[in-house]
Design a protein around this ligand. Structure first.
Ligand code: GLY
Length: 413
């Protein structure tokens, strides 16, 4: 029925405009406006459920149960165990589907895949515990109030703060031991990456649950150190700042997943925006709000980002426009702006409009998969780490996660 209405509308527009030189332009405008916000949200959630239903059927009987991360170079589904940095995103997406439909089937799916991440709570060799545990157990606790989930969040936070380096005033991101592949070859001492801002939300939750102020103090110190050293004058950020763990001095500022040291890696800018927005939410310290506002301004006014607001993997990638876009960076940005807008009355409308334009673009066939294709993921066209030669212009579970999160936030406005 909806299809018929759409065809009728397009035909009416075509007849009305047939003497007009801008027929194509007018047709596009009408087609874009045909779908209301509520229709779009219902369509995309319904599609996502069907798409993930297919994915779940393929993997639910695996022993051990593994978490879908993306697609290999050969086009196969890439599954990962609990200790992969992306393990929490798939269960997190299932929680967003359950939040939207309130169906027990989806609650059960979310619980099952959340449980598969449980052992991550004891890891002390990674800073990615917020991604792993907060997105799975943290979201699970918010929606179910299951006390056992809360305990996992607290245990993971205890593991995470073992990586706090007092002289630096921040949590070390990566280890530099020989088993760390390309990271071990860069000669770093105490590398801290902008992504690490995303792990602080879990520490603030642990403070709320336990009243142990250590969690709060470490998270806030990390944010202050990052704010001081990671940003350039225009509020773009470096990916990596390496510190001397003994003195706290900065050793170098570099790229890791970006193009060059001086260029803005797209997802890094989005992590910073999201991370400082969350830190403000948890501290109500205006310094962090100002930082988030400045990063938002840098992104929203950036001429290097295409008009549809889906950035290339690095704003300065050398062969633009023949470079892959990164849907994950766009989805993270949309989600962050939909939270930040609440605290920025003077930019509220502009931030919502920017987020809406990202969501609308990601909801078109340019980015939204066809049912049963894309190895079961919702979005196409993200970039993991371009230098690895893998996961470039591929689906990634974190693009799906932040897209569903953004849809969920947009729905509640
Ligand atoms: N390390 C997380 C990312 O690739 O964004």
């Amino acid at each position: 029925m909806k299809k018929l209405i759409l065809i009728a509308l397009v035909c009416v527009t075509f007849i009305a405009c047939k003497n007009d030189k801008n027929i194509t332009e007018k047709k596009v405008t009408i087609e874009e406006k045909t779908e209301s916000k509520s229709e779009l949200i219902a369509r995309v959630f319904s599609f996502s459920e069907k798409q993930y239903e297919g994915l779940i059927k393929r993997i639910e009987n695996n022993k051990p149960l593994l978490l879908p991360r993306g697609v290999t170079e050969e086009g196969k589904l890439r599954l990962k165990p609990y200790h992969d940095w992306t393990s929490g995103f798939f269960p997190g997406s299932l929680w967003y589907l359950y939040k939207n439909n309130q169906l027990d089937t989806w609650k059960n799916h979310a619980m099952k895949f959340t449980q598969a991440v449980d052992s991550a709570k004891y890891l002390t060799n990674t800073h990615d515990l917020g991604f792993m545990v907060n997105n799975s157990f943290g979201n699970g606790y918010s929606l179910t109030k299951n006390e056992a989930y809360k305990d996992v969040v607290v245990q993971a936070s205890k593991s995470l703060i073992t990586r706090y380096r007092p002289k630096v005033g921040a949590i070390q991101s990566w280890d530099t031991t020989p088993n760390m592949g390309w990271i071990a070859k860069r000669g770093w001492n105490t590398p801290i990456i902008i992504d690490n801002m995303m792990n602080l939300e879990m520490l603030y939750k642990a403070f709320e649950y336990t009243k142990d102020s250590t969690f709060y103090a470490i998270a806030t110190s990390h944010a202050k150190t990052t704010m001081k050293n990671h940003f350039r004058a225009d509020f773009s950020s470096f990916h990596i700042v390496d510190y001397d763990g003994k003195t706290g001095n900065v050793r170098s500022k570099e790229q890791g997943q970006g193009y060059v040291d001086a260029s803005p890696w797209a997802r890094g800018q989005a992590w910073g925006l999201y991370g400082f927005t969350q830190t403000y939410l948890n501290t109500k310290d205006a310094t962090f709000l100002n930082q988030a506002k400045a990063i938002a301004n840098y992104i929203m006014t950036n001429a290097k980002i295409p008009k549809d607001h889906i950035p290339y993997w690095d704003y300065d990638a050398p062969k633009i426009p023949n470079e892959p876009r990164d849907a994950s960076a766009a989805a993270i940005t949309a989600s962050a702006l939909l939270t930040l807008q609440q605290y920025v009355p003077e930019k509220k409308e502009a931030m919502i409009a920017y987020a809406e334009s990202i969501i609308r673009k990601l909801s078109t066939p340019d980015y939204l998969a066809e049912l049963g294709k894309n190895q079961g993921f919702i979005l196409k066209h993200s970039v993991g780490n371009i230098h690895s030669g893998e996961e470039n212009d591929k689906p990634l579970n974190y693009a799906d996660y932040y897209f569903l999160e953004a849809l969920s936030k947009w729905k509640s406005l």
